[in-house]
Design a protein around this ligand. Structure first.
Ligand code: SIN
Length: 503
């Protein structure tokens, strides 16, 4: 790790560098209009790298949310009947506009979310890929004509849009977690009300501006921005209002459980992408250089703040020292800490203060349990005063450290030593969640055995990066229900209807 090139304070002047300043929208977006909260309240948004406020956004509450739901309900009556080709064309236009404006969208994303600029551009492209994908899938929501077991009867199954969807998204992917859900919803013929995280509303609102330019009709997409003060009442409205027929959420397991309970009151369809605790396993026959390089990406992407980041690294005892010797110099060489808009930064801040506190608690408890810090381990001294923490590598770790059972969502990288594969797999699966898992081996028999044994929804073999719009993304156990992206993602927004015809 080193300091990024200039180690300078990047300030709100960055906003003046937007090529299209109308993408920086501070009002909520309801029924195709930019609106204030009825109360007139706003809330401040700050840059996690400087802790400087750079804007204020409409602070919507439950009554504002009801208006957005009504608008979405009205728009649904016509959007559901648009032909799929029309939906595909308008989504394709939205995709093109997102790509054309990716530099500005990435700049906004870095300012509010702290992500290093190159990574922010990658998120915009990843986010756009879901709109492109679902523009194509809109045309493929086939049903069935079921061969009849009864002479003068015929059976048809068709798919219909579920209705208005309530979408609740996190701060770590302020663009892509919206497009992955909204792309599928709109392609299916649903309309949406989105509540973005209060830390990162601007990315959501910029997407609305482009959606409007693409010709997505009023009321089809609505965004209700709100402060932390109104987060639970707006979320409560989205999960309990009877007009909403579907809730999609990405975030922590604890919040997911609460939202699921709320949504059960009106029996809504739900898809939840929740916390993970990914094992990253290096077997004795692995290509150690590849494994070390992939761990940089898999562990330190967005400073460790993704649900699919490696949380526990298991390395076979015979290659443990060699692996650590390859990995640590790479951490030093590849991770440059600084403001995301500072040239050369590859490692930004922790987005929330509570995230930083949790990290420090995990580190303290790990050290108390005997873990040794061999790299990092403290807040860096920088000119910027934000929520930074060094990428931190821990060895000599025992199973008593918090990461053995808890997602750290931070740049702490504990490396466990294992000797017995079955024992290690038991530990790898001995968690309440199961989102992603990774392993490195060249033995074909082992590859199948371990891929089958890992209790997760996503497995990366000889890679630490599995993200793509083409795969069904989601977990097992307490990592959630449902799948996003891929040809399965659109089904989350469709109901099956069975039709029997007698003649
Ligand atoms: C996350 O939800 O944190 C990960 C999302 C992704 O990698 O697509």
């Amino acid at each position: 790790m080193s300091l990024a090139k200039n180690n300078k304070i990047v300030s709100t002047d960055e906003l003046s560098k937007l090529k299209d300043k109308s993408l920086f929208c501070s009002k909520a977006f309801v029924n195709g209009k930019w609106v204030d909260a009825a109360s007139g309240k706003t809330f401040k948004v700050s840059d996690p790298a400087t802790l400087e406020d750079f804007g204020s956004v409409a602070d919507m509450d439950a009554s504002d949310t009801r208006k957005a739901i009504d608008a979405a309900c009205k728009a649904f009556q016509t959007w559901k009947d648009t032909i799929t080709k029309e939906r595909a064309q308008v989504l394709r236009k939205w995709y093109n506009l997102i790509i054309d404006n990716k530099d500005d969208l990435a700049r906004i994303l870095t300012l509010e979310g702290g992500k290093a600029y190159a990574e922010a551009v990658a998120e915009i492209e990843y986010g756009a890929s879901f709109i492109e994908w679902f523009a194509e899938e809109a045309k493929r929501t086939y049903g069935d004509f079921v061969p009849s077991p009864i002479k003068n009867s015929r059976f048809i199954v068709w798919k219909q849009p579920i209705g208005v969807a309530g979408i609740v998204t996190p701060y770590n992917f302020p663009n892509a977690m919206i497009t992955r859900k909204v792309g599928a919803a709109l392609a299916a013929g649903c309309t949406v009300v989105v509540r973005p995280a209060h830390e990162t509303p601007y990315s959501a609102l910029a997407l609305c501006e482009l959606a409007q330019r693409a010709g997505i009709p009023p009321g089809v997409i609505n965004v209700v921005s709100c402060s932390s003060e109104h987060t639970s009442e707006v979320g409560g409205e989205l999960t309990q209002n009877p007009t909403i027929r579907k809730v999609s959420f990405t975030g922590s397991t604890s919040v997911g459980k609460m939202l699921m309970e709320q949504a059960s009151s009106t029996m809504k369809k739900v898809s939840f992408e929740l916390g993970g605790n990914a094992p990253f396993i290096v077997f004795d026959d692995a290509d150690l250089q590849t494994a070390a390089e992939q761990l940089i990406e898999c562990k330190f992407r967005h400073s460790g703040q993704t649900c699919v980041c490696a949380n526990r690294v298991y390395v076979h005892e015979t290659v443990y020292d060699e692996f650590v010797d390859k990995f640590v110099p790479l951490v030093k060489q590849k991770l440059h800490i600084g403001h995301g808009l500072d040239e050369g930064t590859t490692f930004g801040p922790i987005i929330t203060e509570r995230g930083l506190e949790k990290l420090e608690d995990h580190l303290k408890r790990s050290k108390e349990a005997g873990a040794k810090v061999i790299f990092g381990g403290k807040r860096p001294s920088l000119k910027v005063t934000g929520q930074f923490f060094e990428p931190t590598v821990l060895v000599d770790v025992s199973y008593d450290i918090p990461m053995s059972c808890e997602e750290t969502f931070s740049p702490l990288c504990p490396i466990y030593k294992f000797s017995d594969t079955q024992e290690m797999l038991k530990k790898a699966n001995d968690v309440t969640v199961g989102l992603a898992g990774y392993f490195f081996s060249r033995d074909i028999g082992r590859i199948f055995q371990v891929a089958e044994a890992l209790e997760v929804g996503l497995v990366g073999i000889n890679t630490g990066d599995i993200d793509s719009e083409i795969i069904p993304f989601g977990g097992v156990k307490e990592s959630g229900v449902g799948r996003e992206g891929s040809r399965y993602g659109i089904d989350e927004y469709l109901n099956l209807k069975t039709v029997k015809i007698d003649f």
